[in-house]
Design a binder for this molecule. Structure first.
Ligand SMILES: Nc1ncnc2c1ncn2[C@@H]1O[C@H](COP(=O)(O)OP(=O)(O)OP(=O)(O)O)[C@@H](O)[C@H]1O
Length: 517
């Protein structure tokens, strides 16, 4: 353009310039873009450009008249036009995907002279950006499929989390003793009363606690567990009742909810209740009676509605008699007692248990499901099982891992059958009965002493050997579960830990073992 060219048609005032710009832009965009639409304040489409009309069949419309007048969100899936109108904020560049394809779009609010939003303007800047903007589109495609996959996984996780960990049917067994346990568990699930699960280690008390909760009216609320033996005495009170903000410095400065509060509306599972220190027993009794408590460092009374299920492998009655457990708390807990039988009293269930456990072992390890020969089953039937189902599971797991065969026979359990110290806490029928003592001879006392001197070792050394063997065996029976091992040995957990510092190799052997429980 020459400097002398006429400019008479160009507006001289700012308003005129803006109007001209807006008008030209509208015309250019309507012609140059792939399509355009105008929407009113109520999100209703009032106009579409000629270019836009070719998208109508893919959107499911035969004519412009069917499309215009409808709310944009009803006819253009995934449109954000309504959001632009409601917020007054433009979306300058965006990708939209629906059944008519993927498009690069731009959306602007339309304002009246006073600045109020009266509608919106949408352009399709690029149709099929997948060919025009290949790299960007493939990234977008990848992100979309990742998002879909994440959504799918999240939905699967959520439904898995909602599914109960154990139901009453997960308690395997059809023997009269097992059926009686299940009958009592079902009855307990229908009531709100406190349940006391009594039985040896590894008999399924924790499984039953989960199952009773899952079958109860409280199943939509949480089951909160606390293993009393695993928490140091000094921390138990805070663990139960929580800590008020500011009560302590450090980690608890902000305060923390206790298990009672977390279980409100649901179930509180008090595992190893026999290990509850006496001073805390009276506080627990008060909460059970009054359904209220005060967090540590606070005098605010908190009401709770938590159904209690307690469990122990200790003889609570004997503890009451010895003054180690409060009689009033015992009676308060013992409302619905369920005696969970040891495996040796329901050996008829062993085959079904083996089947289920082998299935689970195969699923978790990714190995093929292995079978057991009749001889192997018979051999298992003759074991004393002091560690009960947990021990059975560990034995099966070890044998499966050690053997390449698809059928496990007696030889597959050879490592477990090695003669060693007698099983702990088990019944009298130990696997390898000690040999009968040799008949006394009339040998000279001096000669006997000399002979013994060759084999006799110092007493402290012998005692240490017995201790070491017993700990090794208890860890083996419980699959490395130190708490259960301490229980079998009838020593405290601290005392087991102390001994393990003397023989660290025993602890290390189980350090990385996944304990299935
Ligand atoms: N009847 C059963 N059917 C199937 N699995 C069982 C059964 N009983 C126990 N188990 C399994 O044996 C293992 C030990 O069970 P659980 O932890 O419930 O025993 P527990 O009595 O609570 O032991 P502890 O007193 O040592 O805490 C778990 O893996 C559990 O799933």
């Amino acid at each position: 353009m020459s400097l002398n060219a006429p400019v008479a048609t160009f507006p001289q005032d700012a308003d005129g310039v803006l109007k001209l710009a807006a008008q030209s832009m509208f015309e250019v965009l309507a012609g140059a873009t792939e399509g355009m639409m105008v929407v009113d304040r109520q999100h209703r489409i009032v106009w579409i450009s000629d270019g836009y009309k070719r998208f109508l069949p893919a959107l499911g419309f035969g004519s412009e008249t069917e499309f215009v007048g409808r709310r944009v969100e009803e006819v253009v899936p995934n449109s954000l036009m309504g959001q632009v109108i409601d917020s007054g904020k433009p979306i300058l560049v965006d990708l939209i995907s629906n059944q008519s394809g993927t498009f690069l779009v731009s959306r602007l609010p339309l304002r009246d002279e006073a600045g109020a939003v009266i509608g919106g303007l949408g352009f399709v800047l690029l149709d099929h950006p997948e060919t025009n903007m290949q790299p960007l589109m493939s990234k977008f495609g990848r992100m979309q499929s990742e998002l879909e996959e994440t959504r799918r996984q999240l939905a699967a996780e959520q439904s898995k989390a909602r599914r109960p960990k154990h139901t009453i049917a997960s308690f395997i067994g059809a023997s009269p003793a097992a059926l009686e346990v299940k009958r009592q568990a079902r009855r307990a699930a229908q009531s709100q009363a406190t349940v006391l699960l009594l039985g040896e280690t590894g008999t399924g008390k924790e499984l039953l606690a989960h199952a009773i909760h899952a079958a109860s009216q409280r199943s939509h609320k949480p089951l909160v567990s606390i293993n009393i033996a695993a928490v140091p005495d000094t921390l138990l009170e805070a663990e139960f009742f929580g800590v008020a903000p500011g009560a302590y410095t450090g980690a608890d400065r902000k305060g923390r909810d206790g298990k009672f509060r977390l279980a409100d509306g649901g179930t509180l599972f008090l595992d190893e209740i026999g290990d509850m220190p006496l001073p805390l027993q009276s506080k627990l009794l008060r909460v059970l009676q009054e359904q209220e408590f005060e967090p540590l460092g606070s005098n605010q009374v908190i009401k709770v509605d938590a159904r209690v299920i307690a469990a122990t492998s200790r003889d609570l009655q004997a503890m009451v008699a010895r003054g180690e457990f409060r009689a009033d708390l015992y009676y308060r807990l013992n409302v619905l007692p369920i005696l969970v039988p040891p495996l040796r009293e329901r050996l008829g269930d062993l085959e079904a248990l083996v089947d289920t456990l082998m299935d689970d072992i195969a699923r978790r390890s990714g190995m093929a499901h292995k079978m057991l020969s009749a001889g192997a089953l018979e051999w298992l039937q003759q074991r004393p099982w002091p560690g009960n189902i947990r021990e059975l599971r560990n034995v099966l797991e070890q044998a499966s891992l050690m053997s390449d065969e698809s059928v496990l026979d007696e030889a597959s359990f050879a490592a477990y059958a090695q003669p060693g110290p007698l099983p702990l806490g088990g019944p009298a029928q130990a696997p390898s009965a000690p040999a009968a003592p040799a008949a006394r001879t009339a040998a000279e006392p001096a000669a006997r002493a000399a002979a013994a001197g060759e084999t006799l070792r110092p007493l402290p050394e012998l005692i240490a050997q017995v201790e070491r063997d017993a700990i090794a065996q208890a860890l083996s029976l419980t699959g490395g579960n130190r708490l259960a091992a301490a229980r079998l040995l009838q020593i405290s957990r601290a005392s087991l830990y102390e001994r393990l510092t003397r023989w660290p190799e025993l602890g290390l052997a189980w350090k990385n073992t996944a304990i299935a429980q």
